[in-house]
Design a protein around this ligand. Structure first.
Ligand code: ADP
Length: 269
């Protein structure tokens, strides 16, 4: 009997091993598929702007004499805009790699949200010129523990998306308010919003909501990077649709820092 049992035991172990091997093979195949999709996507994102730069530069060289001043300026503008796009994409890829390697260590200190938001808005003025921007940040917000460089980048990403996915002339709202022991910073737009099934997936690396028009240049990296940065500062970022009207609503929540313990000399004062 003991022999029979141990035979069965051996069989069961063998079966577990087979299943594990199968699992491993499936996981490896899935990883391979993902890596392949990733490479295709990255190659496409690099080649599209590069092709535009090459095209414009070649035209400038070959047709120099035949071009008037405006045409030359347009071609140069294309070279610059597409190079900037490449630059952003590569910066995003590096951010993503650093996040995945756990190499993003926020440099946290107490900062005024309104001030950081101001810097972000100034960086965005060209892109946002096509929209109305309404900023409503409560005056009495407590300073928050954040890394201003990372936080500003997150605001830029969210505002940039609002600019890209909402129609020209519409209003983008940047709100800041306290809710209990958290401060909420929201970016609201008047675009199509997020399909219900995509509300979480938009935070996946390289995920982009399927759209008929692929004119809106994007990489699918802005939101996952934003979430990574904010989580590294102890906060959260979520995406939803607005309740008051059509449009997307992205919300950053950061904890209100605990009152600093007063030092003995402060207590004595
Ligand atoms: P990117 O904008 O470069 O594609 P993101 O990671 O910033 O990458 O966003 C991922 C996807 O989420 C976008 O491709 C878009 O489909 C969707 N999305 C992001 N922001 C908005 C928004 N404000 N309104 C509608 N859809 C959005």
């Amino acid at each position: 009997l003991v022999d029979a049992l141990s035979d069965q035991g051996a069989l069961a172990i063998e079966r577990v091993r087979l299943v594990e091997d199968l699992d491993r093979a499936e996981r490896a195949a899935e990883t391979d598929r993902l890596r392949q999709a990733l490479l295709t996507s990255i190659s496409h994102d690099l080649r599209t702007p590069l092709a535009a730069v090459l095209g414009a530069a070649t035209t400038l060289r070959d047709l120099d004499d035949a071009l008037d001043g405006t045409e030359k300026a347009d071609l140069l503008a294309t070279v610059i805009a597409e190079s900037e796009r490449l630059n952003r994409f590569i910066a995003n890829l590096l951010d993503m790699t650093r996040l995945e390697a756990g190499a993003v260590v926020p440099n946290v200190a107490l900062h005024d949200v309104a001030e950081v938001a101001d810097t972000a808005l100034r960086r965005m003025d060209k892109i946002l010129a096509a929209h109305r921007v309404a900023v409503e940040i409560a005056k009495d917000l407590p300073p928050l523990r954040l890394d201003p460089v990372l936080f500003e980048q997150v605001l830029v990403n969210l505002l940039d998306n609002a600019g890209k996915y909402a129609p020209e002339g519409s209003t983008i709202r940047l709100l800041g308010r306290r809710e209990g022991m958290r401060v909420l910073i929201e970016v609201l737009d008047e675009g199509d919003g997020l399909p219900e099934a995509d509300r979480e997936r938009v935070f996946d690396t390289f995920y982009r909501v399927a759209k008929a028009d692929s004119v809106r240049a994007g990489t699918g990296l802005g939101l996952p990077i934003s979430r990574g940065f904010i989580e590294a500062m102890g906060g959260t970022v979520t995406g939803a649709n607005r309740r008051d009207r059509a449009g997307a609503a992205f919300t950053i929540a950061l904890p209100v820092p605990a009152e600093p313990a007063r030092t003995a000399s402060e207590r004595a004062a």
